[in-house]
Structures are given as C-alpha cells and as structure tokens.
Design a protein around this ligand. Sequence first.
Ligand code: NAD
Length: 354
Amino acid sequence: MRFLHDSLPQRICFGSGEAAASLQREIANLRASKVMVIAAKAEADLAESITTNLPVALRHDDVVMHVPVEVAERARQAAADNDIDALVSVGGGSTTGLAKAIAMATGLPIVAVPTTYAGSEATPVWGLTEGARKTTGVDRRVLPRVIIYDAALTLTLPVSMSVASGLNALAHCVDSMWAPNADPINSAFAAEGIRSLQAGLQKVVAEPAGIEGREHALYAAYLSAVAFASAGSGLHHKICHVLGGAYNLPHAQTHATVLPYVLAFNAPAAPEAERRIAGAFGTTLAIDGLQDLRRELDAPRALRDYGFTEDAIPAAADAILPAVPPSNPRPVTADDLRRLLRAAWSGTDPREAI
Ligand code: NAD
C-alpha cells in the first residue's frame, strides 16, 4: 500500500439546534468584530435566526448559483466597503461558493453553516462562471475555517431537493473511489458516507420532519466532501461540470441523474470500488444498491426533465472527452460518452443501456 493523502484543517461543530451558540463561540474565537452574513433571500430569515448575537456589519443576499463573476465582484466590494473581518455563510453550495469567492480575493476566514448536502464547505475548491463558462480551482484560502452543522436548519429543505442534494453527496462518494487521487482513506470516508446517506435519505423521505434522517444525511455530506476534496474529480464530476456549466442544468439534480450511468460504466472495470460500494449498500452489485435506493427515494431520473436536449448530446460528449481523467478505470471514447449521455437524457435503466 502506498499513497499520499492531505488532510485539511477544519473545525467541525455538529449539533442540532446549536448553530446560534456555536456561531457566537466560533466568531469570538476568531476575534471578529465586523461579520458579513451571506445568505440567499430564501434563507435570509433562517440566517437571521442564528446570527442575532453576532457582531454583524453587513447582511448580503445577492446569491446566484455557480457564482457569476459580477456577483462575486459585488460581494467583494461590499466586504471591502464595510471593513469586514469574517464571513458567515448560511445556505447551500451557492451561498458557500460566494463566501469562497470573497475569501479567495481577501483571505477572510469563513464560518460555513451549510443547509444542503452539497458539501462545498469541506473543500478548498472554488467555482466562478463567466457567461456560459464555469471555471473551478483549488485554493486553501477558500477552505472554511469552521463548519457548523445543524440539522434543524435543513428541516425546511423540501424532500425532493433533499433527495437530489443527498445524491449529489453520494456522487462525491462513488466518484472518489476512482478519481485521480483515490486512496484508501478517501475510500473509507466514502464507504461510510454511502452507508449513512442510504440510511439518512430513507429516513428523510419516510419522515421529513424527523431530525434523525437529516442528521445522518448531513454527517454523510461532510464525509462525502472530504473524500471528494482529497480524491479530486473523476469521470462523473467531469461530465456534470460540462453539463452544469454549458447547459445551465441544476447542480444537484444533474449529479443525481448521471451517477447511475457512470457507475454502470466504470464499476465492471473497478473491482475494488465495486466491492466497497456494494458492501456499503448491502447488495451484491453496486448498481443494484444505487438503483434500489433511487427507486425508494423517487430520485431524479432523466436529464431531459431538467432542460438538456437530445440534440446537445454530440457537442456535450466532445466537450467532456478531453477532460476525462487518464486514470479512469476504463478507457472512454466519444462513442461511450454519447451512449452514456443518451441513456441519462432518456432515463433508461443503466443496467441495460450501458
Ligand atoms: P443551492 O445552494 O443553489 O441551493 C438549492 C436550493 O435550495 C436553493 O433554491 C436554496 O435557496 C434552497 N435551500 C438551501 N437550503 C435550504 C433550506 N434549508 N431550506 C429550504 N431551501 C433551501 O444548491 P446546492 O445544490 O446546495 O449547491 C450547488 C452549488 O454548489 C453549485 O454551484 C455547485 O457548483 C457548488 N458546489 C461546489 C462544491 C465545491 O467543492 N466547491 C461542492 C458541491 C457543490
């Protein structure tokens, strides 16, 4: 066994109903006195309810998915105008992403309070979009210093969004099994992430107002993001990156839809990943575990339901091909990608189509 693994320094505060108290303690630890609270309009009340005891200098709700550069620039300017010394983000990956865009330019510390399972809070990856082009990069300065996980804040996340977001986290786990920097530590995080997402999402769907399922899913979201941050982007993330950036498809639903097709494609060539994923699901075959769970959750099924059109398939396949990691367990051709995208577009059973 030989590998190189970077662990990222972050403090994780996990406790339902404890976000306000944790925030107060952590902002005091940072000796911050001019806090910028970032939350989308839809989460503004939620953010206000947990930040009333902070030294808030600015509340910022100009949040847009995939962080357009002009949105990032306005937020950076607002932070500078108000002499901000710490950032608190309350929301999903879009909100965390905006805090990261400010931190990238200023070095300001972020305390992230995630309210979806996107996992951006546990990665040093930033993303910006300019026109239809999404650029991502890695910068340690954007890694939040502190993450505050409070599952009570996710009770308002609709079940369908919880499922899509949870499957986005599951995609981090699965893809990290064969991503360029896959290693046994990432795989251990990912396997526990799959187990916990399976149990958590089943509970969220059965009892949306219950806290236990939400806690499992949130805990798993962290594990999945740690695995992804360390392993890097595998075939699945490369495909979704192109689809999200060039066709403006919704992030979580795109990941939820594409994942079974990538798993069906790669798993036969990746026996160790297949064994670990199937083991985590408790099934003989990994793809059966994923598809059983997707059926139970009534998961997003076809890319055509999210605005992707059949005539876009050839160009999308051509755009993805150069980004495919050379270390992918199975060689990938443009034909393979067209077949995979067509199956994901139509929603046919990946066990038959791939
Ligand atoms: P999002 O942040 O856009 O949130 C999705 C929707 O859920 C929004 O309408 C939001 O208002 C709503 N919402 C969020 N929390 C809620 C709550 N508790 N109750 C009710 N509604 C709530 O989407 P997302 O899927 O969380 O994140 C997607 C973005 O994050 C993408 O831009 C993606 O690229 C980025 N991302 C980045 C990384 C990274 O490592 N940098 C990782 C994952 C995702």
